[in-house]
Design a protein around this ligand. Structure first.
Ligand SMILES: [Zn+2]
Length: 369
């Protein structure tokens, strides 16, 4: 997240805070001050928010460190105004392990709440005459209540919130992981709608959370489907193996003619059978403008992505499309195919029609605390 500040690094995990978090602090401090509170009350309010977010960070560490037990690293933990997000590099394949990772976050808040309750009990807090004002003004009691609320809120089975993850992993014990995700995402989206409506009456924060759940459920379901579609497939399966290519010293005018006549958007350039690079359509137009159409083909080659090995799993290819629209497949220095998002999509479609393969849970995990 680019709009987040780096706070520090604990146990090898970067901790970041979204810049909007500052507004929350100012807002809580100012509103307490303006509604007749003293500076001390305003500061207490700010301190309360900071303490709450510390509890959220600990919650996220619950997820992150449990995931580490199963060999999964966490990229970072980010504090957002609606909670925390731990970006695990994947989710455990075993539903039982996923269940433990999901439950570890709320468990941390249960421990904090239990500790605070014991502390308050021992200090005789509950023995004094209790009235609403003294209860509400107790700093530690407010943190205790907030932790209990965090636990209860997170147990709502709205995937991708913790409760939803618990539900998904529980269902995955009895059915295919993709199917379990699909069902959990539907339930999550249904609950998001209810949450959004309830937000209008109870608390506007709920609306924000509802949007987060709605978007998150959709994205996770999509990523699981995508990975299920690519499972068991290799670069060789999705590459275009029939294409036109040009020799390094052929003039750009001929490359343009070839591109126009064949409709092929990316033209590979070879020299004595060795792959040199690819001329993309935009690069071709630019090179002709700049160098004239008699310049040799190799002058129009753009920045080249590294070649793919034909036996590379397709799942590993996905991130490479972030920077390149076409990827060359090489056997030694010889070009044997091209992979594009379209060719990949085509192959996935075919795979689904020919009977899908079983999936396993992978992918990035975000989390609302
Ligand atoms: Zn959580």
């Amino acid at each position: 997240m680019k709009s987040a500040w780096h706070l520090g690094r604990i146990a090898g995990i970067d901790i970041k805070v979204h810049f909007t978090f500052v507004f929350i602090l100012i807002w809580f401090g100012l509103s307490a001050y303006l509604t007749g509170g003293s500076i001390a009350v305003a500061l207490t309010n700010v301190l309360l928010i900071l303490a709450l977010f510390l509890c959220v960070v600990l919650h996220e560490f619950g997820h992150a460190l449990t995931a580490r037990l199963f060999g999964i690293q966490t990229k970072d933990i980010t504090l957002l105004p609606i909670g925390g997000v731990a970006r695990l590099e994947s989710m455990p394949e075993d539903p039982k392990e996923e269940l433990l990772v999901a439950i570890a976050g709320p468990a941390v808040n249960m421990v904090i709440a239990g500790g605070l309750f014991t502390g308050l009990l021992l200090s005789g807090f509950f023995n004094q005459p209790l009235n609403l004002t003294s209860l509400l003004s107790s700093f530690w009691l407010q943190i205790l209540i907030a932790n209990v609320t965090l636990v209860l809120f997170n147990l709502i089975p709205a995937f991708p919130m913790d409760g939803g993850r618990v539900l998904r992993s529980f269902m995955a014990l009895f059915m295919d992981h993709t199917k379990a995700t699909r069902i959990a995402a539907h339930i999550g989206r249904g609950l998001a709608v209810l949450m959004g409506i309830a937000g209008f009456f109870i608390n506007p924060w709920l609306i924000l959370t509802a949007v987060f759940v709605w978007v998150g459920a959709g994205a996770e379901a999509q990523s699981v489907e995508l990975k299920a579609g690519l499972k068991g497939l290799f670069v060789r399966d999705a590459m275009v193996s029939q294409f036109y290519q040009v020799e390094a010293n052929q003039p750009l005018s001929e490359v343009l003619q070839l591109a126009t006549a064949t409709g092929q958007a990316h033209i590979p350039v070879v020299s004595n059978g060795n792959f040199l690079g690819i001329i993309r359509r935009n690069d071709l137009h630019r090179a002709i403008d700049r160098l004239g159409n008699r310049a040799p083909a190799y002058a129009a080659i753009g920045t080249e992505p590294e070649g793919l090995h034909p036996e590379m799993p397709l799942m590993d290819v996905l991130p490479k499309f972030a920077n390149h629209r076409v990827l060359p497949v090489l056997e030694g220095r010889q070009l044997i195919g091209l992979v594009t998002p379209e060719s990949l999509q085509q192959r996935m479609w075919l795979n689904q029609r020919l009977g899908g393969t079983k999936s396993r849970p992978t992918g990035e995990s975000t989390d609302i605390a």
